[in-house]
Design a binder for this molecule. Structure first.
Ligand code: VG1
Ligand code: CO
Length: 537
């Protein structure tokens, strides 16, 4: 039996860079999750008889929202609902499952790298049939629907057992509980040379950060690839990620960083985030920035079986450094520059224009799914190290000797009052026309603009995607506000400087002048009242 539940709209259900993210106490309000899930289903077509995939990163509220979503999906006409056992699916594994099962789409329950627990964050994201995040056209329609919704419908049924593989009926829908790891592990085994990785006998520390990649890493790294037991650390997903931020950067994966800089470092250090789509790569005494990692993976991808025929193109988000563009140029393939967020890569991948994509925020992936993929990046690194016999440090040095180096850092100012952050961006946008020709220390502004993107496949336009200041000599500053936070605003300032010859310098020193120029241009201290960033990555 389907029951109708009267409701009223919430005004704040606008999806951000990657789905709807809110504090758990916001999501726990009566009707809050129900309204959003129903709004998704009200907007998408073709539900009758279709398949839906549901899974999440195991954070606080995951199981409860899955039970609700199953009942609403069954009422909406889905015939089959495929759910990861225990409610677990990493974001890339969910993307793979959507494609494999020819599902209409999927609900991924995660707030990714944001912390979890009763006082922290939860999120819901809808992915479409290609396995990728819904494009803006759809997220805008979902938002519009959340503003008008007055009823949600659910099959009147009890919670189902999420922990036992097999099928259950909920109304007219069949709910299928599946192994969250098996299909994904099989895909990785097709793409990479597992025997060569085994034979290389590399040592590694992988920090799953008490988040979703634990079960995937245990199976793939320790069971399939024979890395020593204990290679995977923090390998059990916890609802509050052990009280940490599951964000694989130098601040939140500090223990891994310290290990890799110390005398007992293994060959490779790696980590992934809450939902398994980000990656951190650290060699022995060598941190690789995500922008460099994208370039190095693209330059060497042909060494892995899945990419032996080469790449069709490389795409990066606008704030990501231009290191990958130099690789594309040398390979004679196109380079694409998109707004921040994986949803902008989907069309390029579907159209066969790009094979590898990446973001400065530790996201790298390829056309094997339609999400960024943390373990995929780790495995591609391992495959390349095994095929070349080089260390991470050697590979990085050889890369810079060939291409030059893009020194790069991102400065985050977190929890800034929204009004003050908005004022900073508005003032900056107002000044853009006056900047070309202006000098800041040794730096001369060449161009300054507000990035707009026209999708080459469907012509859709996305404006106001970040302010770019380009200096003579290809140094660059980008300013934008985060679209994934749940309190206040986060100002992101991206600093970049290219050097063809001087490739072995200290990043902070190399970026000092550019950082000073960023404050002078945008008035960061004046607007935010902060004299240093909260996080530097
Ligand atoms: C951030 C990153 C962006 C990434 C997004 C989702 O967005 O900058 O590159 O795609 O998070 O990543 P924003 O709007 O806060 O800058 V994940 O791993 O949190 O889904
Ligand atoms: Co993520």
């Amino acid at each position: 039996m389907i029951r109708e539940h009267q409701t009223t709209p919430f005004p704040d259900q606008k999806p951000g860079t990657s789905g709807l993210r809110k504090k758990v106490r916001v999501f726990s309000q009566p009707n809050y999750a129900e309204n959003f899930v129903q709004s998704v289903f009200d907007v998408i077509e073709g539900k009758q008889g279709a398949t839906l995939v549901i899974g999440g990163d195991g954070r606080f509220l995951n199981r409860e929202v899955i039970q609700v979503a199953i009942r609403i999906a069954a009422a909406a006409g889905f015939a089959r609902i495929v759910v990861g056992r225990g409610g677990i699916l990493s974001t890339p594994a969910a993307s793979n499952l959507i494609r494999l099962r020819r599902a209409l789409g999927g609900l991924i329950l995660s707030a990714s790298h944001n912390p979890g627990g009763p006082e922290e964050d939860f999120g819901i994201k809808y992915n479409i049939a290609n396995g990728g995040p819904a494009p803006e056209k759809i997220t805008d329609a979902i938002y519009a629907r959340t503003r008008a919704i007055d009823v949600w419908r659910a099959v009147d049924a009890a919670d189902i057992d999420l922990d036992t593989d097999g099928e259950t009926q909920v109304g007219d829908a069949t709910v299928e509980i599946v192994d969250p790891v098996a299909d994904y592990a099989a895909l990785m085994e097709r793409l990479f040379d597992f025997p060569a990785i085994r034979a290389a006998k590399l040592t590694m520390a992988f920090d799953a950060m008490s988040a979703v990649t634990g079960p995937y890493a245990h199976e793939i790294l320790e069971n399939c690839l024979s890395f020593a037991p204990g290679t995977v650390r923090n390998g059990t997903p916890l609802p509050d990620f052990g009280g940490h931020h599951p964000d694989p950067n130098l601040v939140h994966a500090r223990a891994l960083y310290d290990l890799m800089m110390g005398p007992d470092a293994p060959d490779v250090g790696a980590a992934s985030d809450g939902d398994g789509d980000r990656n951190l790569i650290i060699g022995r005494a060598r941190f690789v920035t995500p922008s460099d990692s994208l370039a190095m993976l693209a330059a060497n991808a042909h060494l892995a079986p899945g990419y032996k025929d080469g790449l069709k193109g490389i795409a990066r988000s606008m704030p990501t450094s231009a290191a990958a563009d130099r690789v594309a140029e040398r390979l004679g393939i196109p380079a694409y520059e998109t707004p921040t967020g994986w949803k902008f890569f989907g069309n390029l991948l579907d159209a066969g224009l790009a094979t590898i994509c990446g973001e400065e925020s530790a996201g790298t992936g390829s056309d094997h799914v339609r999400e960024k993929d943390g373990l995929w990046a780790v495995l591609l690194w391992l495959n390349i190290l095994a095929a070349t016999g080089k260390s991470v440090d050697q590979l990085a040095r050889d890369h810079w000797a060939t291409y030059g180096r893009n020194y790069y850092a991102r400065h985050d100012y977190e929890g800034v009052e929204s009004d003050r952050a908005d004022a900073l961006m508005a003032e900056l946008r107002g000044r853009l026309a006056t900047l070309p020709g202006a000098r800041f220390g040794d730096l001369t502004v060449e161009t300054a603009d507000d990035f707009a993107y026209t999708d080459p496949t469907d012509g859709s336009v996305s404006e106001h995607q970040g302010v770019r200041i380009l200096f003579a000599g290809s140094s660059r500053i980008v300013f934008r506000l985060s679209g994934t936070g749940t309190s206040g605003a986060t100002l992101r300032v991206y600093l970049e400087r290219y050097e063809a010859e001087r490739v072995d310098e200290d990043t902070t020193a190399m970026l000092g002048q550019i950082a000073a120029a960023a404050d002078e241009i945008a008035g960061i201290v004046r607007h935010t009242g902060r004299d240093h960033p909260d996080v530097v990555t």
